[in-house]
Design a protein around this ligand. Sequence first.
Ligand code: PMP
Length: 397
Amino acid sequence: MTSQRLDTFLEKNLQDLKDKGLYNEIDVLEGPNGAKITIEGQELINMSSNNYLGFANDERLKVKANEATDIYGVGAGAVRTINGTQAIHEELEQKIAEFKGTEAAVAFQSGFNCNMGAISAVMNKNDAILSDELNHASIIDGCRLSGAKVIRVKHQDMDDLREKAKDAVESGQYEKIMYITDGVFSMDGDVANLPGIVEIAEEFDLITYVDDAHGSGVMGKGAGTVKHFGLQDKIDFQMGTLSKAVGVVGGYVAGTQNLIDWLKVRARPFLFSTSLTPGASAACMEAIDIMTNSTEEHDSLWENGRYLKDGLKNLGFDIGKSETPITPCILGDEKLTQTFSKRLTEEGVYAKSIVFPTVPRDTGRVRNMPSAAHTKEMLDQVLAIYEKVGKELNVIS
Ligand code: PMP
């Protein structure tokens, strides 16, 4: 017999979410994630994935994953510190460090895990964390878990950061103070002002932590936002994911040897959760090799981003202020945004609506994530469908 209290709780709250239109139905892909996907038998142009370079179904990565599986098996068998560290895990970390221009790196099973583990391994109740108000959920949770005092900083507002850093230092209450930010903000596509941040960090001796989940593979010819600004020696934590541009799964921190040594003895997902599979590790290494040796995919991604942005802008859509290929189409009203996204899907374009609370109220948007795998023909089709739906719903004339 199952718990009556649990059943009552679940039924009431699930119904509540459904009544408010907040229950998320999950679409199931009938095949790989790529520029085209199939859902319930319908082929759609996929504008919703983070598979920026098209690596999620790349033959070269699949071959390496299969080879590593043959050599090392399908699973690592244990957490890293017991006997789950295989040669391939260490090779991956070395490759990440070289790619990021740091002394060392440590890999985690996901980006979410990585933020939870890395932030809480270094910060504690005697510390303060200054955090951009639009930071990712995994940063917010990692900060909470650390027990440090969390101070929200207005989005990309250097004056607010300076003032709050100064107050925190002058209060004399904190042993360490960190500033943490996304490198690229995924809802708007804007890039963190790392030179401004480093200047303030140096003035107040802040620890700097950049979550470059959406910048790795995209900025700095692939090596990320920190490299883009040439600040490899100035940022303490270069965090990234292996799940977006790299196309596989996992997360990492790149930094000094001391920092990585510390994370390997204190970050709890490293200590208590089984390591990445050998196949995933090998596929990640291949993606990094490809990015290191060529900018072909990176260049196509940017070209496609520019093409889509120009096209939507010329049609009269508000595409915000993205500085990266991420292309939001800002519609404002939440209901309109949801209807727009639904109509796009019916016409053959899979682009998700993003509304409050993920973005501020009345800034609902359909977010487009172009990738290296999209062709010009696909993007022309996307633009034609946007034009049709935009006119139908009176968003453009
Ligand atoms: N940080 C940011 C900024 C992200 O967008 C995401 C993924 N949505 C993560 C961390 C978590 O990464 P992963 O999906 O690899 O767990």
